[in-house]
Design a protein around this ligand. Structure first.
Ligand code: AMP
Length: 174
């Protein structure tokens, strides 16, 4: 099997989690296998390797796992985007749409400098609401988005449409 197919077949479908009707894409079988984890990181980085990136911005919580490893290879730092009330210092915040209602994401006001070139990372692109909210937060902080990288894209939800102003990369499409 080709590497990417092996990686794809390691993603575990968990039906009806966290709610009835949702098929949750479980990445933990990839994380626990050193070769697959490395393959995931290498492929998530691939289009951005030769670009100037000042910081990786990663979305709580699974985005931190990939973002940390990618930042280390890019030789840059990682900036966490967290749910409301988790970051200790002064924050910028943004409300974003969920399937039902809204939620709030935050970043420290001093985390991103004006003109910083940012690579945004998360595990999975579904409707694109989360990533779009974070893009607004990065831009509010003065950052420039070089690209957005996901391990998984649920293509049938057309989340790319919400992110059409940015280069979007995904390794595995379902
Ligand atoms: P969205 O804002 O709809 O693009 O949702 C993206 C966020 O929700 C990501 O941080 C994902 O980790 C999580 N997510 C949404 N749908 C799923 C799914 N089917 N399986 C795993 N995670 C999901």
């Amino acid at each position: 099997m080709k590497d990417i197919e092996t990686l794809k077949s390691a993603i575990r479908d968990v039906p009806d989690f966290p709610r009835k009707g949702i098929i949750f894409k479980d990445i933990t079988p990839v994380l626990k296998d050193g070769k697959l984890f490395s393959l995931a990181i290498e492929n998530m980085l691939e289009p951005f390797r030769d670009q100037k990136i000042d910081s990786v911005v990663a979305i709580e919580a699974r985005g931190f796992i990939f973002g940390g490893a990618m930042a280390n290879i890019l030789n840059c730092g990682i900036i966490p985007i967290r749910k409301s009330g988790k970051l200790p210092s002064k924050t910028h915040s943004i409300d974003y749409e969920l399937e039902y209602g809204t939620d709030t994401l935050e970043v420290h006001t001093d985390a991103i400098n004006k003109g910083d070139k940012i690579l945004l990372v998360d595990d999975l692109l579904a409707t694109g609401g989360t990533a779009r909210g974070v893009c607004k937060l990065i831009e509010k902080s003065g950052g420039e988005i070089v690209g957005i990288s996901f391990l998984i894209e649920l293509a049938f939800l057309n989340g790319r449409e919400k992110l059409k102003n940015y280069p979007v990369h995904s390794v595995l499409q379902f």
